[in-house]
Design a protein around this ligand. Structure first.
Ligand SMILES: [Zn+2]
Length: 385
């Protein structure tokens, strides 16, 4: 139902239906650099890939893996790369690690230097989305907000799967598709799913967002934009097809309100210098810099370094300073006689779907299609499987 003017043009946001494929599974990194792993399950099947062996255990069983070579009498020698050592599955469909239950199977991967193990959860995409919604949003939020998040997260994951093993990607790409962390997206465990998250995943099963070219690309989301979203190039540099900056008046009243950070000029100058060195192969020549008038929805900080006019992306300052000091990229720097002050709003990188904005829109009666077309006006929905 359209209740205000903002989304009146959204009705053309249709669903194209290309050829159906099978639902993919996602490899999610859930544990890193572990010295010891204890996995529990019923009627577990353990497959040791390095020995081409399969073992079946009856009843409830805990299986322990020692990944610390210093504590092993006969450490196994592997080449210096990550090796998929073992898989664990249960016919009940659930495996436990650290008192948390997961769907799908566990894959045990050695670290490249054989000093520890990583734990990967291989899980069907829709089960992954079902539990993720409770972590990335909240399992009790309105269903249309959850559905918008489901489509965004599914597209993000499918993009990673499609890029799997392609040259030029990160070294882990033979091992897992994405991490369960803020680096990618935070996934949950079996009991994180709620009736609403199950419904949201089911009612959007296989639906993804595509740009005009039809080529799957990265779909980003964040907690709160604070008033205006950014394009990926404004935050990270790389151009991603179809993104637009969107004015979002919907998240203002939700979550953390405006934030202010007190920093010394010395501290901020040091931060700018580090960002210049890391991202621009440059450095400050003057010890005292003068910031120009700034606005929160502008993605760069502009300043004079002596006589030189320079710009630095706010996202780069946030990368260098940490999220504690700069919770979002939506901030401005005021430089006057009182000194320098940073004030901002929002939480997260600010690109793509604003989750609190989506919550507010869903409360006002917008559908997930309308929410997505508001934040991704140049994208369309498509059914991947
Ligand atoms: Zn917003």
């Amino acid at each position: 139902m359209v209740r205000t003017g903002c989304c009146a043009l959204l009705l053309s946001f249709g669903l194209s239906l290309p050829a159906l494929a099978a639902m993919p599974s996602v490899k999610v990194l859930i544990g890193k650099s572990l010295k010891n792993i204890r996995v529990e399950g019923t009627d577990l099947r353990k497959i040791i890939h390095t020995q081409n062996k399969s073992l079946q255990y009856e009843g409830r069983k805990e299986i322990s893996f020692n990944c610390d070579p210093s504590k092993s009498a006969n450490p196994t020698k592997f080449p210096l790369k990550q090796v998929h050592v073992a898989s664990l599955q249960s016919p009940t469909g659930l495996v436990s690690w650290g008192n948390k239950k997961y769907q799908g199977e566990f894959q045990l991967i050695t670290s490249a230097k054989q000093e520890s193990c990583d734990l990967v959860n291989l899980i069907p995409m829709e089960s992954y989305i079902t539990s993720l919604l409770s972590k990335e949003m909240n399992g009790s939020w309105p269903i249309e907000a959850l559905k918008a998040q489901a489509v965004a997260a599914r597209t993000y994951a499918l993009h990673r799967i499609k890029g799997f093993n392609k040259p030029g990607l990160e070294s882990h790409d033979e091992i897992y598709h994405l991490e369960s962390s803020e680096k990618d997206q935070v996934s949950g465990t079996y009991f994180d799913a709620t009736a609403l998250t199950v419904k949201a995943a089911k009612e959007t099963e296989g639906v993804i967002l595509l740009p005009k070219s039809g080529k799957i690309s990265q779909i980003f989301f964040h907690s709160k934009c604070g008033g205006r979203t950014f394009r990926p190039d404004q935050v990270w540099g790389g151009v991603e097809e179809g993104y637009r900056q969107v004015d979002c008046p919907f998240c203002h009243k939700l979550g953390t309100k405006q934030w202010k950070k007190k920093v010394s000029r010395y501290q901020l100058t040091g931060l700018v210098d580090r960002a210049l060195q890391k991202y621009y192969a440059d450095k400050l020549v003057s010890s005292d810099i003068k910031f120009l008038p700034d606005r929160e929805d502008v993605s760069e900080v502009r300043f004079y370094d002596g006589d030189r006019f320079l710009m630095v992306k706010k996202a780069y300052l946030r990368n260098m300073s940490g999220r504690e000091m700069l919770p979002s990229n939506h901030f401005s720097i005021k430089d006057d006689k009182q000194g320098v002050q940073i004030a901002g709003e929002g939480y997260g990188h600010g690109v793509g779907l604003c989750q609190l904005g989506a919550l507010e829109l869903a409360k006002r009666g917008y559908t997930y299609k309308q929410i997505l077309s508001f934040y991704f006006p140049q994208h369309h929905l498509s059914k991947a499987y």
